[in-house]
Design a protein around this ligand. Structure first.
Ligand SMILES: C[S@@+](CC[C@H](N)C(=O)[O-])C[C@H]1O[C@@H](n2cnc3c(N)ncnc32)[C@H](O)[C@@H]1O
Length: 221
């Protein structure tokens, strides 16, 4: 698996119109490649102000829905205001403390987006943003177990995880893939795509995992 990267030094600060254009074009294509289609139920875990949430809401239409989950109430306020202004009534707000369990039913979600958030699970920082505590495998596995519980059969978990080295105890995406595998998700595919990261256009590595079907063991044959 290739380690994620971005165009260091070539990042472009984006205007609102450019963000909207990215959402209609590259962002939409990216989410369609992940498997977001009309009627799907999607969880945008750590959605922030909803760059991805709003694209998903348009793709899944009113026959589907997108849960916008975040522990920052202010970003959720902003996202919901903006979604309603745009007529996106299928965005459902989920406030969280960050602790598990997730407020979602078993086997109810088709696609989970974990974009630019895995490194923050279990992480805490000081006043100037320095790392005080790194996220550990047990922090992430508690979340992954919940993702397995809420995912439908063949459900997808799509990750984009920059900052692993600075914020967590792992060295690469490969370690995250191993954790996901242990929690019941197999690697499906990966690709590079044009993403918005910290307000700039970057080229990022998307890795998609699929929920493994449990083996049905017969008592005898
Ligand atoms: C860097 S932003 C990424 C936002 C969005 N996913 C994107 O890529 O544009 C990370 C977001 O995750 C949220 N977050 C961090 N830890 C979280 C947790 N344990 N549960 C839910 N949200 C979390 C933060 O509040 C923040 O809004």
């Amino acid at each position: 698996m290739v380690v994620s990267w971005k165009l260091k030094g070539n990042e472009i600060a984006m205007t609102e119109a450019e963000v909207a254009s990215w959402q209609r074009n590259a962002g939409k294509r990216l989410l369609e490649c992940v498997g977001v289609t009309a009627g799907k139920v999607v969880l945008d875990f750590g959605c922030g102000e909803g760059n991805y949430t709003k694209i998903v809401a348009r793709i899944v239409t009113l026959t589907g829905m997108v849960y916008a989950l975040d522990k920052n109430q202010e970003v959720l306020d902003k996202l919901i205001r903006s979604a309603r202004e745009k007529g996106l009534d299928n965005v459902v707000r989920l406030d969280t403390s960050g602790n598990m369990p997730l407020p979602l039913r078993d086997v109810s979600v088709d696609v989970v987006l974990l974009y630019d958030v895995l490194h923050l699970i279990g992480w805490s920082g000081g006043e100037s943003g320095e790392t005080v505590r790194r996220g550990t495998t047990s922090d992430r596995r508690a979340v992954m177990k919940e993702l397995f519980r809420i995912s439908r059969p063949a459900g997808v978990v799509s990750i984009y995880c920059p900052h692993l080295v600075t914020h967590t105890d792992v060295e690469s995406e490969q370690d995250i893939a191993t954790e996901l595998k242990d929690e019941g998700f197999d690697l499906r595919d990966d690709f590079y795509a044009e993403l918005i990261h910290d307000g700039s256009l970057v080229r990022g590595h998307i890795v998609n995992f699929i929920k493994r079907a449990r083996m049905n063991r017969r008592a005898s044959c």
